[in-house]
Design a protein around this ligand. Structure first.
Ligand code: NDP
Length: 283
């Protein structure tokens, strides 16, 4: 029976490291800060960003939620992003997703200065990651690597299979695994015979957004399985992996909830710290 990878076992350690660095920057006269631009009033989006803000404040950051009415045009949102880019008091900027359908999402996300781009969506930061010189790295991809490292999972020389090729998860985590000398395969919706690839995985990362799609037939005996998926099935949050069916076959597996998602906010604020170091000239 596989052991469960509990992210909460080392969140305290990571929180303590972040808090210490926040205090250090404050003692040097710089207050690390994040501005979050949220368009519209979707209750679930607001709850998500309010929880995120609370965590940031708890860690010692100054966090500002800039709520914008849905009727506001994209040009005004761009104007706000430019102001935040220019402000010396703002270290990190992120824009809440999803944005209203009529917005050109890329033009908004790419307007954020690469030096303040704590979500790491800007092509410059994605490019830096691809060439193996990461600056900002998407928080979820960092969380996956942090889980593997904290559980002492060897990455070098292993077969790593990533299911999903999103810019937020699949591509960046594939890049990080490659930089750690894994042999990486990336699968997607057009992959024919998905199980043929996933059954070869020593490390299987699943980010599909398909509830419990990965069953025991898809995994190799003794594999390490990281489930990124967060799916609401009749009010219950489940992952992309059939946890109960897969766990007996593997060596390590993340739960949902309680796995990758637990670390994502911390990794985001660690990115804000990095932005604060750039902004204060102490990087
Ligand atoms: P996207 O929807 O952007 O991407 C999903 C990927 O899965 C696509 O590349 C798609 O392929 C692939 N895919 C879909 N169906 C199949 C299939 N049947 N076989 C193989 N591949 C398939 O999702 P994200 O990566 O943004 O998110 C995935 C999941 O992770 C969601 O449940 C999301 O809520 C969750 N998530 C969790 C986070 C956390 O912190 N824990 C953070 C971010 C996301 P194609 O490219 O061909 O369409």
């Amino acid at each position: 029976m596989g052991s469960i990878m509990e992210a909460s076992l080392f969140t305290r350690k990571i929180e303590a490291e972040i808090t210490k660095e926040v205090e250090r920057l404050k003692s040097e006269g710089h207050n690390p800060s994040l501005s979050v631009v949220v368009v519209g009033n979707s209750p679930s989006t607001m709850v998500y960003f309010k929880n995120m803000s609370h965590k940031g404040v708890e860690l010692g950051f100054y966090v500002e939620l800039r709520k914008i009415d849905e009727s506001t045009g994209a040009a005004d949102v761009l104007e706000l992003i430019h102001q935040l880019n220019e402000s010396k008091d703002v270290d990190g900027v992120l824009v809440g997703l999803p944005l209203p359908k009529e917005y050109d999402v890329d033009s908004i996300l790419h307007a954020i200065s690469p030096d303040k781009d704590v979500d790491a969506f800007h092509p410059f930061n994605m490019g830096q990651l691809m060439i193996g010189r990461p600056r900002f790295v998407p928080a979820t991809a960092r969380s996956i690597i942090a889980l593997l490292e904290n559980y002492g999972v060897r990455i070098q020389g292993r077969n790593a299979v990533v299911v999903g090729r999103s810019n937020i998860v699949g591509k960046p985590v594939a890049s990080l695994l490659l930089q750690r000398d894994a042999t990486v395969t990336v699968c997607h919706s057009k992959t024919s015979d998905l199980a043929r690839y996933t059954r070869e995985a020593d490390i299987l990362i699943v980010s599909m957004g398909r509830p419990r799609a990965i069953t025991a037939d898809y995994v190799k005996e003794g594999a390490v399985v990281i489930d990124v998926g967060i799916n609401d099935v009749n009010g219950k949050i489940v992952g992309d992996v059939d946890f109960d069916g897969v766990r007996p076959k593997v060596s390590l597996i993340t739960p949902v909830p309680g796995g990758v998602g637990v670390l994502t906010t911390l990794m985001l604020f660690d990115n804000v710290l990095k932005a604060a170091r750039f902004n204060s000239g102490k990087s």
